[in-house]
Ligand binder design. Structure first.
Ligand code: MOS
Length: 729
């Protein structure tokens, strides 16, 4: 299988020539006005013909045990209640993630497990009914402590993209090296807590289901939902045109399955939104992690060994494993390399993908350890990283497609004023506040997944893009129009983008930072087909023809597109496949994160004062939206460094902070102005548009930059995240 090479294989991609000036421009998002005016209709807001009913999930107040009875009499007697459904075998136990939904039975295996749904003519009545149901559970002792069960741990699941790796003898390297770091870092459970909860409206017509919902990847959700309901895939249509955040958690929730079950039983549309507290326990979480980092170096700072060994947890049903070491594998040069994962099964909701699975928490540990090693060596942390920059992938020996880590470190150091940093911690003081600077590398694997799009160029000179790609708030509508605009020479207002409907060609969906590259490539390839047809009609070669302002120009001829299209629209399908991104090149996106913090010497309070992220993520499709993505990720980094933690009650196996009042994420006052720079390098090996994933890259390393800055400010090294003030004091 050969690698994709943009210029050689696809000379006709007009965007490669950039004649329109549309691609890359920081245009406002095209659906922005709809969103701020409340006219963009999210899943739950979908109005349905006829009388809609409201469902509310019934959950069990125990983490482990057997349901011995469900008392529904009191609930059924409440006003406006239509039904209490607790005996349907299709009732799912939790968010179905990537596998089949879990058929309900008597087993309780995580706190707040779904056991049914109350349906009423109003949301309030449904909620009251759900709370009036008595679920009796014979409670059994549960396992909630990852490290307590370490002796029962298993290795990575076979289908995990990350298997254990051992190259050389790390114990020997550690024993012989002049300077070593061997530390354990821990991160807590995290939740997605998207602003918009999981919510669905289910409508049956005969044996066909239409679901309005909030889901990231429709072609994944559809078969999972169909299987959960016991119907054929083609009997399910899902619409999810707008999504109020997902972060990996909006794959398929119990809301979807139960709305469908209830709507079918009652013969009327049913809508269900999950309550915030239910989201904390019934959408998969990000696992807690226990990460041992081992670094061995020569006296002059050359790494001899890198080890990153993790213990993570999983629920009884889960197959996913947090790939903690994903970013560490190819980040630094060192002959000896050791990466392993152990998975402990707990009586908790399954663990799954949360924004930047792997790198988000892996870099917290690795990049803190790199800071510790730089200090032990008496080296500047940027110089130390540069000294260990590999020339080829240190794991596979493959050349890098592009690799901007050193350039990002250098550019950032200059822009941030790194030279002003005191190498010695605790030296800079402003009244009660100790000031420090920190740096971290950022890395995120680059993915490409199957994606299809249909592009139609109409006789009236408008283009229409259709794919079931989603826009999770990231700007898919806008960038896809920009790609088509660039390729076809059309202004943005002449391009319609239709997304989020399984009736359309199956797109990448949103996840893994693969959306822009994958869906964008499919649109580019469809446009390339159309360009080829137009060129043929012009009697020119595609590369000798320019499309601009609704006209085709070749030689001394300038012809309106409408004339070339003629009476019948030009329709083209674009399809990119995962396999076209062969791995003879090592591909990842890189960056450098810089933070300046102030730590209060009296209270231990840490405040981020400024941050800079410098990123190399291939072509930037829209400068404004890319910057927004980066800022979002960096804010997430602040949260992981300083506050995000789902606190587990070890007695009962429940998270005690089950809402956004108690589960702290950065608010406006926690976030200073953030700067973002892009070092744009079009990656011609990655995909037809030269884009690499950006969203998750910007989380990577952001937290470690903050905590390294805290160390530089006050000389306190905390290895258990988040760094709340009690740990810093
Ligand atoms: Mo992402 S955690 O793959 O939405």
């Amino acid at each position: 299988m050969s690698d994709f090479t943009m210029n050689a294989d696809h000379p006709g991609l007009a965007m490669d020539r950039g004649v329109q000036g549309v691609l890359g421009a920081g245009l406002d998002r095209s659906e922005g006005a709809l969103k701020v005016s409340g006219t963009a209709r999210y899943g739950y807001e979908h109005l349905v013909e006829g009388e809609v009913a409201y469902g509310y999930l019934i959950t069990a107040p125990a983490a482990k045990g057997k349901v011995t009875g469900i008392d529904t009499d009191a609930a059924r007697a409440l006003p406006d209640v239509l039904d209490i459904i607790v005996d349907d075998p299709r009732i799912p136990r939790q968010a179905a993630a990537f596998g089949p939904a879990h058929a309900g039975n008597d087993e309780i295996d995580h706190w707040d497990q779904v056991v049914g749904v109350a349906v009423a003519t109003s949301f309030e009545a449904a909620r009251a009914a759900a709370k009036a149901v008595r679920v009796h559970v014979a409670i059994e002792p549960g396992h909630f402590d990852t490290m307590a069960d370490i002796d029962k741990a298993s290795g990575p699941p076979k289908d995990s993209r990350l298997q254990d790796i051992a190259k050389g003898d790390i114990d020997a390297a550690m024993a012989q090296a002049a300077v070593t770091i061997d530390q354990v870092y821990t991160t807590p459970n995290h939740v997605h807590a998207a602003m918009e909860p999981h919510a669905s409206v289910a409508i049956w017509e005969g044996d066909s289901l239409t679901l309005h919902s909030s889901l990231q990847i429709l072609k994944v959700a559809r078969p999972v939902l169909a299987k959960a309901l016991g119907i054929a895939d083609d009997k399910v249509r899902i619409l999810s045109p707008y999504i109020g955040g997902g972060f990996g958690g909006k794959m398929l929730g119990p809301d979807a399955v139960l709305a469908a079950i209830a709507a079918q039983k009652l013969g009327r549309p049913v809508k269900i939104a999950m309550a915030r507290r239910q989201l904390f326990h019934n959408v998969y979480r990000r696992t807690d992690t226990n990460q041992r980092i081992r670094l061995a170096a020569t006296e002059d700072g050359k790494l001899l060994a890198v080890g990153h060994d993790s213990v993570v947890s999983q629920g009884p049903d889960g197959g996913f494993m947090e790939p903690v070491a994903l970013g560490s594998i190819s980040l630094y040069d060192a002959p000896v390399r050791h990466f392993s994962h152990k998975v402990v099964t707990l009586d908790m909701v399954m663990a799954g993908a949360v924004r930047a699975p792997g790198e988000a928490v892996g870099t917290l540990a690795l990049e803190t350890a790199m800071d510790e090693m730089a200090e032990a060596l008496g080296r500047d942390p940027i110089d130390f990283r540069k000294l260990n920059e590999p020339k080829v992938d240190p794991m596979t020996g493959a050349p890098f497609s592009t690799r901007g880590l050193v350039a990002c470190l250098d550019r950032g150091a200059e822009a941030f004023g790194w030279a002003k940093r005191s190498a010695q911690p605790g030296q800079v003081r402003e009244g009660e506040w100790l000031i420090g600077m920190g740096v971290s590398a950022a890395v995120r694997i680059n993915l490409l997944v199957d994606s299809e799009a249909r592009v139609t160029l109409s006789p009236d000179g408008r283009a229409r893009i259709e794919t079931d790609m989603t826009d999770i708030g990231t700007g898919s509508y806008t960038i896809l129009a920009q790609i088509a605009g660039e390729a076809l020479g059309l202004p943005m207002e002449r391009i319609d983008v239709i997304l989020g409907d399984t009736d359309l060609p199956p797109g990448a969906g949103s996840g893994g930072s693969f959306g822009a590259a994958s869906a964008g490539s499919s649109v580019a390839l469809a446009c390339e087909d159309i360009v080829a047809t137009l060129a043929e009609r012009m009697g020119a070669k595609a590369q000798d023809m320019t499309l601009k302002d609704g006209h085709a120009v070749a030689g001394n001829r300038r012809v309106p597109l409408a004339e070339l299209v003629g009476d019948a629209p030009l329709v083209a399908m674009g399809k990119i496949s995962q396999g076209s991104n062969a791995r003879t090149f090592s591909q990842a996106a890189h960056g450098a994160q810089f933070a300046e913090v102030a730590v209060n010497a009296v209270t231990g309070e840490a405040r981020v004062r400024r941050m800079l992220g410098v990123f190399e993520a291939g072509r930037i499709l829209n400068a404004k939206l890319a910057r927004s993505q980066a800022i979002g990720g960096m804010i997430w980094g602040i949260g992981y460094a300083l506050m995000e933690e789902a606190v587990l009650d070890q007695r009962h196996g429940q998270f005690v902070n089950q809402d956004l009042g108690e589960y702290h994420v950065p608010s406006h006052a926690d976030v200073p102005p953030l700067d973002v720079l892009f070092l744009e390098e079009i990656d011609t090996h990655a995909n037809p548009i030269g884009v690499k994933g950006l969203g998750e890259l910007s989380i990577s390393g952001a937290g470690a930059a903050v905590t390294n800055a805290i160390y530089n400010a006050c000389g306190v090294r905390v290895r258990d995240f988040p760094l709340t003030l009690d740990k810093i004091l």
